[in-house]
Design a protein around this ligand. Structure first.
Ligand code: ASP
Ligand code: MG
Length: 400
């Protein structure tokens, strides 16, 4: 018995039947003697549909109005879920983000939580209510609604768990946990029993869809242990925590990210300050650069290649063409990033070569490589990405 935060994603509350299913999970937990706070996302594709509706009318609308609109999605799901819980016969109240005390900064559509004033939440829990809270939203200091960025409900759940010092934070989704690769695409992908915050953060950032990376960052910061599990199949999921057993695995997962573009600057002058000039220009336009590669200088020139998100590729190319009129700039958006993640590689030399061998044997050419302590990423042709994930997964994850 204790205080449990349960979060349900959009697919888990997509229709009436699923809302009732969630209500049963929540009320079962409550009937076991726990206090329960539930965080929900908007039903199914509601958020996408709302964005589409806005785009039909005004694609460059003020972001404040976007937040007014998007916050409506979660308002629908909290009230419906509260009605379902009421029908089962348990005391319940739904709260919007602001009613639950979510204070954020004023960056509309990408707001950061500043703090949670937990008074109302605590008062409702003290009255033995199940509290259903709208994820993804808060309020700024001007009393305007804000949203936390796509997938933000995970962060809402972790923030509540941290603020209330909950005993557990369960993230229910439509898969059964965190897998070594996308189980729909890779045979023999395995569900992990547990995974560290750092590994999960890398996986989430590198393309695994199961948890939002900011939620993992926050869970690590406040030591909130997470469990990722299925709302449709009641079996234990994956625990995300500070330390985890390696289960004889050198790596935890293989991911693919297709949201990549490569920009190559050919024959740029080989003089001091050129990299500074290029990358300060990009950062001034808020373009986030991921991997950077620079060739040796020869005959007074060198090449610089870097990766950015797909939509930023053409923008970066245009910006740099204006600035460096004497060199050729090429942007390739048909690329993908395939990565392996695992704390085990820190103490295992040969991890990189094993990955490269798997790619070589599948006849896949590597265009760029980047490494950190617990991850190795390669940039390859987009059309090779799925084959690459399968080959690399096979090389590292033992067969049953
Ligand atoms: N409904 C929001 C979205 O789809 C928030 C979430 O699902 O976490 O981005
Ligand atoms: Mg959603």
């Amino acid at each position: 018995m204790g205080l449990i935060v349960q979060k349900f994603g959009g697919s888990s509350v997509a229709n009436a039947e699923r809302v009732m299913n969630v209500a049963r999970i929540v009320t079962d937990t409550y009937k076991q003697g726990n206090d329960v706070v539930v965080v929900v996302s908007a039903q199914g594709d509601t958020t996408d549909d709302l964005i589409e509706k806005a785009n039909e009318i005004n694609p460059t609308a003020h972001k404040r109005e976007m937040d007014q609109l998007l916050a409506a999605g979660e308002q629908i799901s909290i009230s419906l879920l509260a009605m379902a819980i009421e029908k089962i016969g348990c005391p319940v109240i739904s709260l919007l983000g602001w009613q639950a005390g979510f204070n954020t900064n004023s960056i509309h559509t990408a707001a950061r939580i500043k703090n949670i004033k937990p008074n109302r939440l605590q008062a409702e829990i003290a009255k033995h209510n199940i509290v259903v809270v709208a994820g993804f939203q808060g309020i700024n200091r001007y009393d305007d609604l804000t949203t936390l960025g796509r997938g933000g409900s995970d962060t809402s759940a972790v923030a509540i768990a941290a603020a209330l010092k909950a005993d557990k934070c369960q993230i229910f989704t439509d898969v059964e946990g965190v897998y070594t690769a996308d189980p729909r695409k890779v045979d023999n992908a395995k569900k992990l029993k547990d995974i560290t915050y750092d590994e999960m953060l890398e996986l989430a950032t590198l393309g695994a869809q199961v948890l939002n990376n900011r939620s993992v960052e926050m869970a690590k910061k406040y030591g909130v242990e997470l469990e990722v599990l299925s709302s449709l199949n009641p079996i234990p999921g994956t625990i995300v925590k500070e330390t985890a057993k390696m289960e004889k695995m050198l790596i935890r997962g293989v991911t693919k990210d297709k949201d990549v573009a490569l920009v190559s600057i050919l024959k740029v002058q080989d003089t001091p300050g050129i990299a500074f000039k290029i990358f300060s220009k990009l950062s001034a336009k808020n373009i986030n650069v991921d991997i950077i590669l620079q060739s040796f200088g020869r005959d007074g020139t060198k090449d610089i290649v870097f990766s950015v998100s797909k939509d930023n590729g053409p923008i970066a190319k245009e910006l740099l063409e204006d600035m460096l009129d004497d060199c050729t700039i090429v942007c390739n958006t048909d690329v993908a990033k395939v990565s392996i993640v695992g704390a085990g590689m820190e103490s295992h030399p040969g991890t990189a070569s094993k990955m490269f061998e798997a790619l070589y044997e599948t006849n896949i050419n590597i265009q760029m490589i980047s490494t950190s302590e617990i991850k190795i990423s390669v940039i390859i042709d987009a059309e090779d990405a799925d084959r690459a994930v399968s080959a690399v997964h096979k090389a590292f994850i033992p067969n049953d």
